[in-house]
Design a protein around this ligand. Structure first.
Ligand code: GDP
Ligand code: MN
Length: 391
């Protein structure tokens, strides 16, 4: 789950990482009540980066300009998200913008500290334009990250004196914040050194591991749904499963990330193209299955490129009866005549509280063909995309 900049900055304050003073606005008229004595920055709160370039960051020296800036940004789309809140902060006089981040190195499976004396631009751009300027340090999660390690790391950036001490201190605190909140990304870009030699975090990108949300009770995933771009993704999240939209001709209902990727790959292998996938989270009940089926059907009705629908479930935590119960409910009285094919396989851990033949029969009555293996199911789904059977 990604946090908005203002939420990230609230966390910074908790960890004593300096940030500018600011106030959140959700209504243009809220600005009327503010006294703006110092220059301010008006910042659109969306979950994507690169707001500066997209026109989501504006500066103002007086109230009139601030009001105008808020009106220009608030309730308007920015990079496909509707801006529903705006952060107004006192403007900082920047001497140097630097980049500091902690993320997980997927290959090593360790947290990694990344920094650069050239902040402001996105890290991908940074890594391309000046790769030598980007420094990295793996963090041993058992030993953690000491103040001393932070100082010798930041020294490599060429900082000295007060700036060195303060930036190292920010790194030290940022790792604490990263670890205690089960983050997968904590990026400060830019972390600035001001004209009066203060170090301040001007931006925040912070993402919490979704698998850890059960113990990170301070964060409410529901309040972050509105900024998801795709309405189907939003619907899926609110119902407890994942939906990802792509551009193709076969819609997919599946379970488990690795398994889903395999199914998508097989579709390509047989000459089809995945249109999307709905991915069940382990242990989902019949209600979630039904919602998955309904959402995929709704999308298939709307998207003329989708020619067939396939479900592939390998049972483990969810019993067979729940899968069949949920999906058959979703598929009955459907408005689309696009063919649906499916396959259900079971692992050793699965609860098979229904005979597979019965399952097939129930589905058959709903006009859905079930196959015995994944290969035949995918082949059938792809065949339908070629035959032009469906308009
Ligand atoms: P992003 O574009 O979404 O990453 O948004 P940022 O919060 O990083 O802001 C983009 C850029 O706006 C920064 O790199 C700064 O150059 C500039 N900016 C943001 N806040 C201030 C400020 O208080 N003072 C000044 N001078 N520039 C700012
Ligand atoms: Mn930024």
């Amino acid at each position: 789950m990604k946090l908005f900049e203002h939420e990230g900055k609230e966390l910074y304050r908790k960890y004593n990482i300096p940030t500018p003073e600011g106030i959140m606005i959700t209504n243009s008229s809220d600005v009327d009540n503010l006294t703006i004595e110092k220059p301010v920055v008006i910042k659109a709160q969306v979950l994507q980066g690169g707001r500066g370039k997209a026109g989501g960051i504006k500066k103002a020296n007086d109230k009139q300009t601030a009001i105008k800036a808020v009106q220009d940004i608030l309730n308007k789309p920015l990079k496909n998200e509707i801006v529903s809140k705006v952060l107004i902060e006192e403007q900082v006089r920047i001497k140097q913008e630097i980049y500091v981040a902690i993320t997980i190195d997927d290959v090593e499976g360790l947290p990694i500290l990344i920094a650069s004396a050239e902040g402001g631009m996105e890290i991908e751009e940074l890594a391309k334009t000046c790769p030598d300027e980007v420094i990295r340090k793996k963090i041993n999660p058992i030993q953690g990250l000491s103040r001393h390690q932070c100082i010798s790391f930041i020294k490599q950036m060429g900082l000295t004196g007060k700036a060195l001490t303060q930036v190292s201190d920010v790194c030290f605190k940022l790792y604490k914040m990263f670890k205690e909140n089960d983050a997968i990304v904590a990026e400060i870009n830019p972390l600035v050194i001001t004209e009066d030699e203060k170090v301040i975090a001007l931006d925040s990108k912070f993402e919490i591991d979704d698998s850890a949300l059960f113990r990170q009770k301070d964060f409410d995933p529901e309040s972050h749904l509105e900024s998801l771009e795709d309405p189907y993704e939003r619907m899926a999240r609110s119902k407890g499963f994942t939906f990802v939209n792509m551009e193709g001709n076969v819609a997919v209902i599946s379970a488990g990330a690795g398994f889903t990727m395999t199914v998508l790959d097989l579709i390509q292998y047989y000459g089809g193209k995945p249109a999307n996938f709905a991915d069940m989270i382990g242990g989902a009940g019949p209600e979630v299955m039904e919602q998955m089926g309904k959402l995929i059907l709704q999308k298939a009705e709307e998207d003329a490129n989708i020619k067939s629908i396939l479900f592939n479930i390998t049972l483990s935590a969810t019993p067979l009866e729940s899968v069949i119960d949920g999906l058959s409910k979703a598929f009955e009285n459907r408005r689309t005549n696009k063919p649906i094919v499916g396959c259900v396989r079971a692992t050793d851990a699965a609860v098979i509280n229904m005979d597979l033949e019965t399952a097939k029969k129930i589905m058959y009555e709903k006009g859905v063909t079930m196959y015995d293996n994944i290969k035949d199911t995918v082949k059938a789904a792809v065949e339908y995309t070629k035959k032009g059977l469906v308009n």
